[in-house]
Design a protein around this ligand. Sequence first.
Ligand code: FPP
Ligand code: MG
Length: 298
Amino acid sequence: MLDRVESLMQSYVSELSNQYVEELFCKLPNGKRLRAKLVLKIAGTGEEALRLAAIIEMIHAASLLHDDVIDDADTRRGVASLNATEGSKQAVMMGDILYSKGFEELVAFERGLAAKVASAVTQLSIGEMMDVELSKKFNTDSEAYMQMIYQKTAALIEATAAASAMLAGKESRIYAIYGRNLGIAFQIIDDILDITQSSEQLGKPAMHDFEEGKCTLPYIYLYEAIDESGKARLKSLHAKKLSEDEKGWILAAMQETGALRKAYLYAKELGDEAVSLMESEGENSLADIVTAMIERNF
Ligand code: FPP
Ligand code: MG
């Protein structure tokens, strides 16, 4: 069924009647399509569900195009990012095109549903802005980090689940909680993998987050756990290009202090809540999505 979502996205882009836009769209990596899978699992595979899935994936793709410009990322999922091949101006505009076309299609939905998705997109933009702001300094405030990842990542996943439930006549409140937990856990795991996985597995440079100034949850937990000289060393490495030795020191310290494990367990706790919520609704495949997301290694 996901292939029907792909072809719907393709036909939305074709409707724009611009060959360059179509070419750029074809170059974009498909990704995990987590949001589309959620829509189809919650709302089924009727025409409206397929349209909603395609719209949300287009908005998500737009946000990643902008994010790669903001993060100075040369790769996305192992292939050159659009900002690397076409330049930042075209990547930003391609994001704007996908995002606007997504909204053009979204307004055909019932007002409450469309408003839910639209307001999540505002949240994700504010979340990205908070991410940029937090990375200007060595942030050790875990609450600020949690609020930021909720807005940057979980808000759209929460709205995806809630809007899909609305479409299916299911109780949207329960699905919203599921989406929120899944989204927060997803971003924590993403931030852990940036530290533990090789650049080959990630399809992007490893430990790039900290080099970009981002103190993600394992860095915050590490800072809390180490002695004064360790704290000073960690701070001195913030927002700088790291040598292999420095990366090795950070990884070993995170393993020794249990900072990585603590972050993983936090994500798992949120994931477990989402799993039991879905099991009690008889939605086993939605529970399986959470488990697979927590256990993933890329
Ligand atoms: C990835 O974060 C980024 C997001 C989930 C949201 C980005 C949102 C915007 C740029 C706001 C603009 C929105 C639109 C619709 C144009 P990350 O850098 O932690 O993850 P990564 O490792 O996948 O890059
Ligand atoms: Mg990024």
